[in-house]
Ligand binder design. Structure first.
Ligand SMILES: [Zn+2]
Ligand SMILES: [Zn+2]
Length: 400
């Protein structure tokens, strides 16, 4: 009641002051006059802590970039005079924030979503144009070599659709049976089929499958993440059954080298698995792979597994007894492996033959069972042309 009476009697609002008085008031405020004195002198209906907020904003010589109206700036308290308030448009609500500021006026929001839409458009345009370049004429199934046929069969069995025209993204972790012994081998399979034109990147692939890069003329796909990609199968001249079960082949040098490659990969899978178990899980490098290849050219996978087993046993023993650190112990693996191999070779010792560990992969299954007709021998026999040749069914002698 009392406030209302006093105000009605003689107190004024700031906006009631004349332009001259107002300028004078502002000038005195920033010159340092006490606020309570100013309120009294100008007869204002304000408490000192309301004073700055009540000052009318400063009109700027600057226009709103959205609606063209004059921008204003709220007055800062003189104690914070270094912190200037941002220019503000009273008509559309825009704040000129500059730098990384995010104005939330409707026009700025729309501007940002337009930029976002344009960005998405150009990513999808980049992907579309990449996909258009991918399309190619189909490969005749008969012209694929045996590796390509086995790789295709394994991928179709693991992730193919009913018609064998599409391969879903290859996810080793969710498939019941491993596709190939190692992830590296699966990568090789996909690249081989892609390079030979039997599969190409499908437009069913998610955006995350594509690596997009900024170029002077816009965005471009620089490549795909092979394990996030879906594939179209681009092969003619074979039925679904034929593609899933490639036929047996002549035991030639190609067949032998395929066998050896698969053995290397299976032995590596065993090594990597066991390394992880004994805490030496740095990935096996090229040197170790080369030694395993040397072993597998002389011995069976089952025997290679024996060499790996005794190597790891000795490395773990050395690590404990000589207190080797992890890196040093891991570096011993190829050294010990090759010396074991050379010792057995030079002494003519017979290594033990180990059983298959873990589930057989699809690729190995198709190669050994369908294509080479080796079955379990693929794992237990030493790869040779002779071993391949002898796998043909031998008729029992006539007198038996
Ligand atoms: Zn505006
Ligand atoms: Zn704005």
């Amino acid at each position: 009641m009392g406030t209302r009476f006093r105000r009605a009697a003689w107190l004024m609002k700031i906006e009631d002051l004349s332009q001259t008085d107002l300028l004078h008031l502002i000038e005195r405020y920033y010159a340092g006059d006490k606020v309570s004195n100013l309120i009294k002198a100008f007869g204002l209906d304000l408490k000192p802590n309301q004073f700055v907020a009540a000052l009318p904003p400063e009109e700027l010589d600057q226009c709103c970039r959205h609606c063209g109206n004059t921008l204003f700036r709220s007055r800062s308290s003189r104690s914070y005079s270094l912190v200037t308030k941002p220019p503000h448009c009273p008509v559309c609500g825009h704040y000129e924030l500059g730098g990384t500021g995010r104005c939330t006026c409707p026009a700025c929001k729309e501007e940002r979503s337009q930029i976002e839409r344009a960005k998405i458009n150009s990513v999808s345009e980049a992907i579309s144009s990449y996909l258009r370049e991918q399309v190619r004429p189909p490969r005749d199934y008969a012209t694929l070599d045996i590796r390509q046929k086995v790789f295709l069969a394994a991928l179709l069995r693991a992730a193919g659709d009913e018609t064998c025209t599409f391969i879903d993204r290859v996810d080793q972790s969710t498939s019941k049976q491993p596709i190939a012994p190692t992830e590296e081998y699966i990568r090789e399979m996909l690249l081989e089929l892609w390079n030979c034109g039997a599969i190409y990147v499908s437009d069913e692939s998610e955006v995350e499958a594509f690596g997009v890069e900024q170029h002077a003329d816009g965005l471009r796909v620089k490549g795909v993440y092979i394990f996030k990609t879906c594939w179209n199968v681009c092969v003619t001249g074979a039925t679904v059954i034929e593609m899933m079960r490639p036929r047996q082949i002549e035991p030639d040098a190609d067949a032998l080298s395929f066998w050896i490659d698969m053995s290397v990969s299976e032995a590596l899978a065993y090594l990597n698995n066991e390394r992880a178990r004994v805490g030496l899980d740095a990935p096996s490098g090229e040197k170790t792979t080369a030694i395993i290849r040397m072993i597998v050219e002389k011995y069976s996978t089952a025997e290679a597994v024996f060499f790996i087993w005794v190597t790891l046993r000795d490395v773990v023993y050395a690590r404990e007894s000589k207190r080797l650190n992890r890196v040093h112990a891991a570096n011993c693996i190829p050294v010990y492996l090759s010396s074991k191999f050379e010792k057995y070779m030079s002494e003519g010792w017979e290594p033990k033959s180990y059983n298959r560990f873990g589930a057989q992969s699809l690729a190995s299954d198709i190669l050994y069972n369908n294509v080479l007709g080796l079955r379990g021998d693929g794992f237990t026999k030493r790869p040779s042309l002779e071993a391949l040749g002898r796998t043909d069914k031998v008729l029992p002698p006539p007198n038996e």
